[in-house]
Design a protein around this ligand. Structure first.
Ligand SMILES: [Zn+2]
Length: 335
């Protein structure tokens, strides 16, 4: 069996683990609810238990190290999860230290959106490009930037917080406290909220029927629009315009070879793409208008395979920063 990495994708609701080959192939996968409310010690205990299960089930696997991703803000270089809003009770948790000590293996940590960008770039829709922007549009909006063959990190690894760029001066207040964030106006959550506002329980609309008269989600809007519902189609048109405005900013900022759109709302990519493209054609400077935009290919394994590649493609373009504490971990486990 070829060399393998243990990969973890720690999400606010689901914790995923996998054994991943250098090719990006996932040879085993496990998942369970994160139960983030239990706090960091409990969740890390579950990560360790999942790792042990994967290792016990595949005793022949030559595991080179552990690649993990978690919601930001986190510091990939220091290996610290700083305090994501979706993981209650996490404050400056030294993930690399903890997992390195537990398993005696090198550990790499990356922001989940960056890891997904890396996954799509190495193994998915972005293969063969030098630079890309990955945008995930679902409950929120996140993203990662591959610039000239490397993840673009910025100070403390905090770059490319795409969902919180301001794209309008009004509208819903974002959870970050600001008004007019990309995420607050264009996420799947925002789309569902607008649909909920435009309809009423029991009004017989396609949107409310899909939502069983409850609150409407972005997914329902996509479904109704695909079925030809006029209200949903209008909502999709407005959504595409907001996405086009955001993507235009990304083109101007990063000049990627490609924009890759993932997340739950990418189920409606074919519906959204013409409106996004029209907005880019209208707003972007001419030199940026021919940049292709494609749907992500890897779905919910993008983060896992991207995190694994931090270990398996170490030292090659696109891998994490050199990490001093990892050398310290190796030294202490050898002693
Ligand atoms: Zn915000």
């Amino acid at each position: 069996m070829s060399t393998i990495a243990l990969a973890f994708d720690l999400g606010g609701t689901e914790l995923r683990g996998a054994l991943v080959e250098r090719s990006g192939d996932v040879i085993a996968r496990v998942s369970e609810p994160t139960m983030a409310g239990a706090g960091s010690d409990a969740v890390i205990g579950r990560i360790i238990a999942l790792a042990n299960k994967l290792l016990d089930d595949h005793p022949q696997a030559q595991v080179m190290g552990i690649g993990a991703c978690a919601p930001g803000p986190l510091d990939p270089k220091a290996g610290i999860v700083i305090g994501p809003p979706t993981l209650s009770g996490w404050h400056n948790v030294p993930m690399i230290d903890i997992l390195g000590r537990q398993f005696g293996l090198p550990v790499r940590l990356e922001n989940d959106a960056n890891a997904a960008a890396l996954g799509e770039w190495r193994f998915g829709a972005g293969r063969g490009t030098e630079s890309l922007v990955f945008v995930t549009v679902s409950t929120g909006i996140g993203g990662g930037v591959i610039a000239d063959g490397h993840i673009y990190h910025g100070r403390r690894g905090l770059a490319a917080e795409i969902g919180h760029m301001t794209i309008t001066g009004e509208g819903e207040r974002c959870f970050c406290g600001n008004v007019g964030c990309f995420e607050a106006v264009a996420s799947g959550t925002a789309l569902g909220r607008q649909a909920t506002r435009l309809t009423a329980p029991g009004d017989g609309s396609a949107l409310r029927r899909l939502a069983k008269d409850g609150d409407i989600s972005g997914r329902h809007v996509v479904e109704a629009a695909l079925a030809g519902d006029a209200t949903a189609r209008q909502l999709i048109e407005a959504e595409a315009r907001w996405l086009g405005i955001g993507f235009t900013n990304l083109l101007h900022l990063y000049s990627p070879d490609l924009i890759v759109m993932g997340g739950g709302l990418s189920n409606g990519f074919d519906l959204l793409a013409p409106g996004i493209r029209a907005t880019i054609d209208e707003r972007a400077m001419a030199a940026y208008r021919d940049v292709p935009m494609v749907r992500a290919e890897l779905g919910d394994r993008a983060g896992l395979v991207g995190a694994a590649s931090l270990i398996l493609w170490e030292g090659e373009p696109g891998t994490a920063l050199a990490m001093v504490q990892n050398e310290a971990t190796k030294a202490s486990t050898r002693a």
